[in-house]
Design a protein around this ligand. Structure first.
Ligand code: BGC
Length: 338
């Protein structure tokens, strides 16, 4: 196991953790992003399973959130507005009239401070000032990436705040388990969720849940990601053909989802203590030039999270982090082969 500082380009540090067993991850301080994640495929060949750019400086102009830590609040907040403790707040809006993934300059574009904790552990910290993107309170966030011996990457999140504030941290890695830039439609996916949060035309949940049974959204048993995504269902249209929905995890689900690359045999199992996961199939990718050229549907994301738009939906569990409390959460992406 080794943790190595690689370089600094335009103020962005790059680190590499190698477990000596075929898994390697590269992380940069801009957005605490995962820029490379190598795991062996079924033939033992090293395969980079995340989308990204070769040049760390290219992340300055990134609009896809490749590999980034998302905050303060991942996913959408209706009109960027909410009320808290008797005050109303107007956040930066960056997705039409709505707030997405922390606003105009979210955590994905903030420079974190990196500190190696061990030969397999990198800590990244960022202090989000009071009022940033319209949010109350100063938030101190710590993200620790740990690469395990058994080819699992764990992300541990911790945050505190000086005043009550909404918080919904996630990581926005885009995966293609075949290591190519072709459609992920043939990947086989299973998600441990019987419900998703229904959305309006702007992809905003307002409290209604949709039972996935018998719908194109049912991933309770493994199926090819692309089997049903061309259908006429209202929600598939809203999502631009494909998936872009918040799945509510079954109560007992520690195991969130499991996806297999149909060509590589690489199996990724996601484990988390969060209540939900955003399953997104790259419906807004349009030929982004990165390590490869990434067209529509060439990746999927499994963003573990709290309920989106929870600040405006009383029936959803609260996402408010209170002053004096500590938020902590863990998500693991474990890799194997089939
Ligand atoms: C959202 C998509 C959004 C994408 C941005 C996902 O988390 O659900 O709607 O377009 O992030 O890359």
């Amino acid at each position: 196991m080794t943790l190595q500082w690689i370089d600094n380009q335009k103020g962005i540090d790059r680190y590499r953790i190698d477990n000596g067993k075929g898994a390697m991850v590269e992380i940069i301080t801009l957005g605490a992003r995962i820029t490379k994640l190598i795991v062996p495929d079924r033939a033992g060949d090293p395969t980079d399973v995340v989308l990204g750019y070769d040049d760390p400086a290219a992340y300055f102009d990134d609009t896809t959130y490749f590999g980034a830590i998302i905050g303060r609040v991942g996913n959408r907040i209706d009109k960027g507005r909410f009320a808290l403790n008797g005050k109303t707040y107007a956040l930066a809006t960056n997705d039409g009239a709505n707030h997405l993934h922390g606003g105009k300059v979210g955590f994905d574009h903030r420079v974190f401070k990196a500190m190696p904790l061990d030969s397999n552990k990198l800590e990244l910290t960022y202090t989000s000032p009071d009022g940033e993107e319209g949010y109350p309170g100063e938030v101190k966030v710590t993200v620790v990436y740990t690469l395990e011996e058994d080819n699992a990457l764990t992300i541990a999140y911790r945050a505190t705040t000086s005043a009550d504030t909404p918080l919904n941290l996630t990581n926005h890695a885009y995966f293609n388990l075949n290591g190519d830039a072709l459609s992920v439609g043939g990947h086989i996916a299973q998600i441990n969720a019987d419900y998703l949060t229904d959305v309006d035309e702007g992809l905003i949940p307002h409290g209604e849940l949709l039972n996935v049974k018998g719908t194109p959204f049912d991933f309770t048993s493994p199926k090819p990601i692309g089997r049903d995504w061309d259908g006429d269902h209202r929600l598939l249209k809203i999502a631009r053909g494909g998936y872009d929905f918040n799945y509510v995890l079954s109560d007992s689900a520690k195991e969130v989802a499991c996806v297999t690359g149909d060509k590589s045999g690489i199996v990724m199992t996601v484990l988390s203590d969060r209540p939900c996961v955003q399953f997104y199939t790259g419906n807004f990718l349009d030929g982004v030039e990165g390590k490869q050229i990434y067209p529509y549907h060439s990746a999927f994301c499994l963003e573990t999270q709290g309920y989106p738009n929870a600040v405006n939906v009383p029936s959803f569990p609260s996402c408010i982090l209170k002053a004096g409390e500590t938020f902590s959460s863990t998500t693991t992406y474990r890799f194997g082969v089939k």
